[in-house]
Design a protein around this ligand. Structure first.
Ligand code: GLN
Length: 447
């Protein structure tokens, strides 16, 4: 049924870069066989799942929506994919994204356009826009995205779906193409909190192949999902409500606050004073790490190599110039610049100091409250072309999401009503490190 829906409706939507029909059907038949034979079934048996195209699956393309990797076929499974196979999930296809996950609208995909499932003239958000559009359009019930600065929550908000960025180190990054390694996390996208919790339960856990994977026991997030947290204290960061937030998003916030109070929660104002430095710090650190991570795409290994080059150096230059898109080039240049001698102390080191200040802000806030509530985005989904010529305005789409990545804390976006044009509004809940179970219970209480 999912394959039929995708065939019928994805040409207009553009969520998928590739579909794996034969393998998906084989996996579905295998589930049927196991069920008939009375063999034990995994927790996601028979459930089709879409995978962002920066996560490796054996024998399938991993393009990162980049021309430089257009023909790259992965020789191995990411750890999350191995876990999904164990859970008997059906890997149905790979989804579009901003090239190498750099962007907030999926418009920087080097391969294809993805539309917002609610309004085809608007962006789905990004960078996991293909995954959130696929779930938002009901083509699949579950999807995986990745977040470096907001790429799960922001497109989830724009597409009216639920998404979670787990605690840094909670989900293995082995097999995820690296963008900003100290920020990247894979996370679940679904129609509701229950779906997100079920998928999180499968992909979370320590992994020997990821040196930053945390050795923390994974709590059973499903066990108490329906139990409302007792004595809940919710913090409202003042810095997230000041400034330009669309009035309908402010109204949705007020509604959710009232709902929480009704459920017995205590609402407290808190301050995260270094929030104003988050965007500059994030874009220095993320680009610095990206410039180093993307050095491996050199025309020698992987796919794209220029047709004619005068010498080795020329081959590197031409292959990269031809293969990378404009936003990726901008970031490599910015990252290389801020890591270069003479600038490193002023830019990179200062950004690291700001990051520490932001971590301390959150530590102080979580000494007072259990969860923090904020909008996911300052506006609802914007029209195509609105921000592509002005990088700063695009970067500001992430203003409410990047701090959770800098601090490494878990954060999720919940759909909460719509604006006057019917465009979905997303609100954000943030929790302390490794408190996903608590975060999901709180989200379940108010969804
Ligand atoms: N929009 C942010 C960026 O371009 C976040 C992307 C992401 O989380 N992958 O860096």
């Amino acid at each position: 049924a999912c394959l039929d829906e995708i065939r019928e409706r994805d040409e207009a939507l553009g969520a998928f870069l590739s579909i794996d029909e034969a393998e998906a059907l084989a996996a579905a038949r295998e589930t049927d066989r196991k069920r008939a034979a009375g063999e034990p079934l995994g927790s996601l048996a028979g459930v089709p799942i879409a995978i962002k195209d920066n996560i490796n699956i054996t024998g399938r393309k991993t393009t990162c929506a980049s021309k430089i990797l257009e023909a790259f076929v992965s020789p191995y499974d990411a750890s999350v994919i191995a876990k999904l196979r164990e859970a008997d999930a059906i890997l149905i296809g790979k989804t579009n994204m901003d090239e190498f996950a750099m962007g907030s609208s999926t418009e920087f995909s080097g391969l294809q356009k993805t539309r917002n499932p609610v309004d085809p003239e608007r962006v789905p958000g990004g960078s996991s826009g293909g995954s959130t559009a696929a779930v938002g359009a009901d083509l699949v019930p579950l999807a995986l995205g990745s977040s470096t600065g907001g790429s799960i929550r922001q497109p989830a908000a724009f597409c009216g779906v639920t998404g979670l960025k787990p605690t840094y180190g909670r989900v293995s990054r082995f097999g995820l193409v690296a963008y900003g390694s100290s920020l990247d996390q894979i996370g679940p996208i679904a129609r509701d909190v229950d779906g997100v919790a079920r998928l999180f339960q499968v992909i979370a856990g320590h992994c020997e192949r990821d040196s930053t994977s945390a050795r923390v026991a994974t709590a059973d997030v499903l066990a108490d999902l329906e139990t409302p947290p007792a004595g809940l204290k919710v913090g409202l960061p003042v810095e997230f409500s000041s400034g330009d937030v669309q009035p309908e998003i402010k109204a949705a916030m007020a509604k959710l606050v009232a709902r929480l109070e009704e459920a017995g929660a205590e609402i407290v104002e808190v301050s995260l004073p270094h929030t104003e430095y988050a965007i500059p710090a994030y874009y220095l650190l993320a680009t610095a790490e990206a410039s180093s991570n993307l050095a491996r795409f050199d025309g020698v290994r992987y796919t794209h190599r220029t047709a004619d080059a005068a010498n080795l150096r020329d081959m590197y230059v031409r292959s990269r110039s031809e293969g990378f898109g404009i936003e990726v080039k901008r970031r490599i240049l910015l990252g290389t610049y801020c890591l270069s001698s003479g600038y490193y102390e002023g830019y990179y080191l200062n950004a690291q100091r700001v990051r520490t200040k932001i971590i301390e802000d959150y530590r102080a806030a979580f000494a007072k409250v259990d969860v923090l509530l904020a909008p996911t985005t300052p506006t609802t989904a914007f029209p195509f072309g609105d921000r592509t010529d002005d990088p700063m305005s695009m970067y500001l789409s992430d203003i409410f999401t990047v701090t959770a990545n800098l601090a490494g804390i878990p954060a999720m976006s919940l759909p909460y009503g719509a604006d006057g044009d019917g465009l979905p509004i997303g609100l954000q809940l943030m929790g302390n490190h490794f408190q996903e179970a608590h975060l999901l219970r709180t989200a379940r209480l108010v969804e």
